[in-house]
Design a binder for this molecule. Structure first.
Ligand code: NDP
Length: 273
C-alpha cells in the first residue's frame, strides 16, 4: 500500500488523527496507511526525512513541532505564513516540503457550516495569545468582523499579535481585567486554561443569550470553559472537536484533492450527539 500518511508529535498516543483520516479514506474508497510518529524533540527533521524517503506522502504536525515545521518547509501557503506554524506537510520531489496550516480554516468551517455563524459585522473576543490564536487570526479577519479583541494574561503577547495583524482588519488587545463589559457575538477560548480545568478570569457580562462560546480545547467531557458559558446561558457552548475534524478534512483535501463529508466523523467521535 503506498497511500502512506502520518501525524508526528510528542506526545502522540492520544491523537485522534488516525481515526479521522481512516474514516475519510473509507469515504474515498481507498486503502490508507495512517500512523502516529513519536519523534524525539531534537529529531523532527530526521524523522520527517525518514518518513518521506520510505514513501510517505503527507504528514500532520502537532505539538511541539509546528514552529520547527514552519522553519523547515521550502514552500508555505498564506495561512502557514501568517500563523508562523505548519500543521500539514506534503512532499514534492522538485519543490521539497510544502507547508500549510489548516487550523484556522478548520475553525472557520466549523463555525460557518456546523454552528451556522457568519462572522461579518460580528464582535469577537479571543482569550489567549499563543500559537492557536496566531493560527486563527487571518482566516477570521478575512470574514470581515466588526472587531476582534484579543485578551491575554501576558498583555504584551496580545499587543504583539494585534500589531502583527493590524493591516488585516480591526483588531485590539488588552488584559483580561480590561475587557469592557459589553457582550460579544463570539468568544473563542484559545488559552490552554481548560487543560488545567480553569477558566480565564473574564467578567460574565461578556456573555449574553446570543453569544456563541467556543473552546478550542476538546475533551470527552464538557470543558471548564463550556461549563462556565453554559451556566451563563450562552446561545451555544461548544468545544474544539469540530475544529479538529474540519482541519483534518482540509489537510486531507490538500493531500488528495478529495473533500470528505465530516458529519459521519462527528458521529464517530461523539456517538451520543
Ligand atoms: P500556547 O501554549 O501557545 O498558548 C497558551 C495560551 O494560554 C497563552 O495565551 C497563555 O497565556 C494562556 N494560558 C495558559 N494557561 C492559562 C491560564 N491558567 N489562565 C489564562 N490563560 C492561560 O497554546 P496553543 O495556543 O497552542 O493552544 C491553546 C489551546 O488551543 C489549547 O487548549 C489547545 O489544545 C487548543 N488547540 C485546539 C486545536 C483544535 O483543533 N481544536 C488546534 C490547536 C490548539 P500567557 O501568554 O500569559 O502564558
Amino acid at each position: 500500500m503506498n497511500n502512506k500518511y502520518a501525524v508526528i508529535g510528542n506526545p502522540i498516543n492520544h491523537s485522534k488523527s488516525p481515526l479521522i483520516h481512516r474514516a475519510f479514506a473509507e469515504q474515498e474508497k481507498i486503502d490508507i496507511d495512517y500512523q502516529r510518529i513519536l519523534a524525539d524533540e531534537d529529531k523532527f527533521t530526521q524523522s520527517v526525512n525518514e518518513f518521506s524517503s520510505h514513501g510517505g506522502l503527507g504528514l500532520n504536525v502537532t505539538v511541539p513541532f509546528k514552529i520547527v515545521a514552519y522553519q523547515q518547509c521550502q514552500q508555505l501557503n498564506e495561512y502557514a505564513r501568517a500563523a508562523g506554524a505548519v500543521n500539514t506537510i506534503s512532499f514534492d520531489s522538485k519543490m521539497g516540503w510544502l507547508g500549510a496550516n489548516t487550523d484556522g480554516i478548520g475553525l472557520l468551517t466549523d463555525l460557518k457550516n456546523n454552528q451556522r455563524l457568519q462572522l461579518k459585522n460580528k464582535n469577537i473576543l479571543i482569550l489567549g495569545a499563543g500559537g492557536a490564536t496566531r493560527g486563527i487570526l487571518l482566516p477570521l479577519l478575512q470574514e470581515d468582523p466588526t472587531r476582534i479583541l484579543i485578551a491575554n494574561r501576558t498583555v504584551a503577547k496580545a499587543d504583539a499579535l494585534a500589531n502583527a495583524f493590524s493591516t488585516a482588519g480591526n483588531i485590539d488587545s488588552c488584559g483580561f481585567e480590561e475587557i469592557n463589559t459589553q457582550a460579544f457575538d463570539l468568544i473563542i477560548n484559545a488559552t490552554s486554561a481548560s487543560l488545567s480545568n480553569e477558566v480565564p478570569p473574564v467578567p460574565s457580562s461578556v456573555i449574553s443569550t446570543e453569544t456563541i462560546c467556543y473552546d478550542l480545547a476538546y475533551s470527552d467531557k464538557p470543558t471548564a470553559f463550556t461549563r462556565w458559558s453554559n451556566k451563563l446561558n450562552a446561545k451555544i457552548s461548544t468545544d474544539g472537536i469540530g475544529m479538529l475534524i474540519e482541519q483534518a478534512a482540509e489537510s486531507y483535501n490538500i493531500w488528495r484533492g478529495f473533500r470528505p463529508d465530516t458529519k459521519p466523523v462527528f458521529k464517530l467521535l461523539r456517538p451520543v450527539n
